[in-house]
Design a protein around this ligand. Structure first.
Ligand SMILES: [Zn+2]
Length: 79
């Protein structure tokens, strides 16, 4: 499948193709991997996983298999 080149609407960085784990059914998705992205920083990693105190943020992502629909990708915070 040919992927379009897409850019994050928040930080303008090119989205990076990422192969999601098989159990998610997402296949290849496009993710903004910019740690400075306002979308990611704005999610402020305030979601606390009660079980192990891990912090999660949300990255901007698009699903090529679903007409490049935008969605939130939960991601570990880099700190
Ligand atoms: Zn971004």
């Amino acid at each position: 499948m040919a992927l379009e080149e897409r850019n994050c609407p928040y930080c303008k960085q090119q989205l990076t193709p990422w192969e999601a784990p098989p159990e998610t059914w997402w296949g290849i998705i496009l993710v903004c991997n910019n740690n400075e992205c306002s979308y990611y920083v704005g999610s402020n990693c305030s979601i606390t996983n009660k079980r192990d105190d891990s912090r999660l943020g949300t990255r901007y992502a698009e699903d090529p298999a679903n007409n490049y629909q935008a969605f939130n990708l939960l991601s570990w915070c880099p700190f």
